[in-house]
Design a protein. Sequence first.
Lengths: 529, 76, 341
Amino acid sequence: MSILSVAFLLFAAGLIIVYYLVPKKAQWFVLLAASMFFYCFGGWRSVGFVVATALVSWASALGIQKKTDAQKAYLKEHKAELDKAQKDAYKAQMKRSRSRLLTLCLFFCFALLVFFKYTRFLLAQFGAEQSAFGIRADDAIRLLLPLGISFYTFQTVGYVVDVYWGKVQAERNPLKVLLFTSFFPQITQGPISTWSELSCQLFAEHSLDYTNYVRGAERLIWGFFKKMVVANIVAGYVKDVFANYPQYAGLTALAGAFCYSVQIYADFSGYMDIMCGLCQMLGIRLTENFDRPYFSKSVAEYWRRWHSSLGAWFKTYIYYPIAVSKWNQRLGKWAKQRLGKAFGDYLPATLALVLVWFTTGLWHGASWAYIAWGGVNGLFIIVSMWMERPFAKVKNLLHINESAWLWRAFQVLRTFILVTFIKVLPEVGTLRQGLGLWKRIFTEHTIPTSLGRLLPFATDHAAFFAAVFGVLLMLVVSLLQRKGSVRELLERRVPYILRLLLFAALFFMIVYFGVPASGGIGGFLYAQF
Amino acid sequence: MDELLELLKDINPDVDYETEDQLIDGKVFDSFSIITLISNISETFDIELGPQYLIPENFNSAKAMWAMIQHIQEDE
Amino acid sequence: MHSFKKILRTTLLFLLIIAFISVGFMELYFRSERDYFQDGSERAALAGTLDTLFLGASHAYRAFDPTVIDPILGTHSYNLSGALMSMRSRLLLLQEEVSRNPVKTVVLEVSFNTMSRVRRKEGIEGDLYTMSRIDSFSDRVGFFFDFYYNEWPDVYYKFVSEGVNVLISKLKGQFVQNKGDRKYGFVPTGPGSYEFTDDYQSIYRSRWNTVSDSIDEENADCLDQITALCKEKDIELILVTTPISKEFLCSSGDFDIPYRWYSQYAQAHGLRFYDLNLYKGIETLFPDDEMFFDTLHLNTEGAERFSQLFAELEQRMRSGEDISDQFYDSYEALAETWGLQ
């Protein structure tokens, strides 16, 4: 179901009404029904995969939990009789048994993910022709591509691993696990939540609350504004530049790159606002994914503020486990002896980061361009990690005041430019095309003589002004957010009727500017995951 | 507890671990210091620091770390 | 429950504000009469004077010129037709005009697909034009809700955005009413630049049948209502098929299907019906490249000449003359004269 449709609005309205009419104990069931409906709306054929993943995960988690409980009970019962060696042997045996179960579950879930997302890429690497595999088979894969497989696989796997680690208790009810896996606000573009964050929200009882309802609705409208007016208008510019950069001035190509940064932020965070807003109207707090990322002062910080739930997932389930694993620690010790303290400290973390960024790149897309993109991000983060201590010395020497606003502004600008360049690399097309755009920006030096020449893609002046207005509005809102909630500020400062009129104005801007912009471009950017 | 304090001083000798309780949230330890600390703790105390313990609450102060270590040791 | 009341109040208030502003924008567009097909106020001003109405889709819209026909027939006519106008819209506009005018004659244009076109498949465009012409607020509201449910968002967007456009142009001081060359509802097309062929032989050889023989129920129902309304008000209803290009006639078929249907209908209801495509010599009078804008519509000169021909034929028929021998009795017969295989 496309979010940008009357059908979705009707769905949301219907959901809210039914949700608050049913007995509170049944509310999560309504969410499950809605999620299944949402999933099947575009085509029911692939729903089997998300159900299978949920059921396999439910069963595996339960199995692991049973073994954990059995182990605890056994050890408690036989505490006195067994010596340490016997206890250790028993624990090791149980651990192996749990690991087997976990491995099977991970294998199943990731096999599906790899099959649907990476088959073509893998075959291409091994030189196998598409046609050998069968064009029809390829089409079938694409046709069946389960909605949100990248998101729900990670989210569900996180749950099973959390049970394995003893962080959470396994859930007995398979339908609850199914809801956790397929919860519709998160299925197309995240956020990726942990079981402990989300389950308490989903399965609690929610009463109608005026503040949640109104603030949720305000956020919903704001999300539509960002998505339909800002993102979709600017998307046209980006598409134009990506297609035509070989004919454009370097500055125009640069403008296009900045437009991409604007577009993807407005698009992705707009979607988040719509879903978080809707969830707030239902009394559910969804994990946040964005924290005004373009105000970050470093690439590392940026990745804590952009799509932060994905970053958190990688940190929890890949980075830390790899970094503190025994073999990595041993490697660190060896490096400390042979290569010095610095290497000893940084090597395990570096290796973990390399793996994290390789997989992050791959998660975003099945191509070398995305792997390169991941690699570039990783490189910046690893280098800044290694350089942190030397840099601190340099800054001291130059008497740079870290808290001076000029320095912070410099950091923010520098990070924004860096992040824009990195972001744009895999989006133009192939890796070569991405590099081509970079080259164009740096080597083509004609200065356009007018605004029209600088931005040849902004042919519709009204739409252009709307987009600029939207970006400025987003900037103002972001600046205000540093001090606190903007919606709360509106409630305190702006009279009731004026607030209604304000959001009505946003509504009409969405209708007048957003609808035509969304006709051609449509759909959210992250939705092909 | 003294062993723990020694480990901590090894990583960053300038901090007063008796009173400091914002070691993680206050960014006193950076991310790879934490990793070094974790490996040292698990080796010194012969415990397995599973990922479920890698939360800020357990590492914000020396006291919290010590409580965590004891908890793990008891469990085993 | 206190929360519930507050939520209800805020939701309703918000929706009310949206509705109010939306209607405001739409009304701004409707009342501005910015576009050439918006003739509501002109028709209202002529109320009480009209005795002849031309009613059809774009074929008639571009063919019947009251300023040419009225001097010949001594009538006061108005061309109610519109682009893509459905049978239902024809009935609605007819009802409105009949209620406020001393109408004596209604000329209903019927073409090869008038009865077979399906509104649901064709979409909203024709009805958008109709809605833009309705000159009463309550009628407009009613018409809006007559669209199919899934069309409401598109119609809503269309008229709200046009309203905003009108507002913006007024604020800029650039608002202009474009009446086109509208004359009593008739709008000429202009000269046209379609490249007609004269290789009728090869067109005829590769012809395919575009004419459907299935009558859409709603169209038939509306036709019955038009017939009944005219009978009730003692109005003479005439069914007329306007000329289309020879190129189109050669490339498609089978036009006898609708022709026979209309003939039977006319006979059953005691109506006059004639098809100008079957008028002997029409090809010489209306050569494709001189008289047509495109394969289906007359150009400006063609409309003038057609209006003249129509008026003259009507004059003769009204004086009692039987001119049926001036027409072929079927498209088959017409095709035979072309000598094509």
